[in-house]
Design a protein around this ligand. Structure first.
Ligand SMILES: CC(C)(COP(=O)(O)OP(=O)(O)OC[C@H]1O[C@@H](n2cnc3c(N)ncnc32)[C@H](O)[C@@H]1OP(=O)(O)O)[C@@H](O)C(=O)NCCC(=O)NCCS
Length: 170
């Protein structure tokens, strides 16, 4: 059995260690980390899953981003990871579904991620050809889903870090 709860400051390093274990070395070189630098995650959506012994089985975090010239606010899902010994038991799915429900309740309109479509389509994610992600990113791995009706209508352009301008300079 797993219990999902909000991540606390005491969990932070353990979650970092889990991400180091689950992802290839150098994960922080990915372009998604440039969008996160200096920006705190959305605390109300940072969740951990622990087993009956209190061991960390999985974790998910989200960052706020902006989309395109209009600067539409969006959530960037991830990182999400499940400990190798707990994978395939539904922990990842439970973390994703729980956090997406919380995000919708909070009023977030859309969520994007870079990941495997065969996994994320079960949650409602679709390829997002109208969106662009900072390179180097395989555009086919850029996925999005609305959290409210019409949440992706007219939303297009480059995903960018909060607090940066959508207007190209020079
Ligand atoms: C991806 C991850 C979070 C899924 O968590 P999980 O708890 O193992 O997943 P669940 O138990 O909820 O779902 C398991 C199902 O997802 C499938 N699945 C897992 N990863 C997949 C992938 N990359 N592509 C397609 N299907 C995948 C499994 O085959 C399984 O399918 P089934 O239900 O038909 O048997 C986990 O495997 C993980 O941490 N991987 C390493 C880190 C990572 O890649 N994170 C995601 C970055 S985009």
């Amino acid at each position: 059995m797993f219990r999902i709860s909000l991540e606390t400051s005491d969990d932070w390093q353990e979650v970092e260690n889990l991400y180091d274990l689950a992802f290839a070395p150098g994960r922080e070189a990915l372009s998604s980390y440039r969008l996160r630098e200096g920006v705190p995650p959305v605390g109300a959506l940072s969740l951990v899953a622990r087993d009956d012994y209190g061991c960390l089985a999985g974790a998910i975090r989200y960052w706020p981003v902006r989309v395109g010239e209009r600067g539409d606010p969006a959530l960037l899902l991830g990182p999400v990871a499940v400990h190798p010994t707990a994978q395939g038991e539904g922990v990842g799915g439970a973390l994703i579904r729980d956090s997406l429900a919380r995000a919708a309740e909070m009023g977030w309109k859309r969520v994007i991620l870079v990941g495997d479509f065969p996994y994320y389509q079960r949650f409602g994610f679709q390829p997002a050809p109208k969106l662009q992600f900072p390179p180097p990113t395989n555009p086919e791995r850029l996925l999005a889903m609305p959290l409210q009706e019409g949440g992706l209508d007219g939303v297009c352009g480059m995903i960018r870090k909060v607090g940066t301008s959508g207007t190209p300079t020079g």
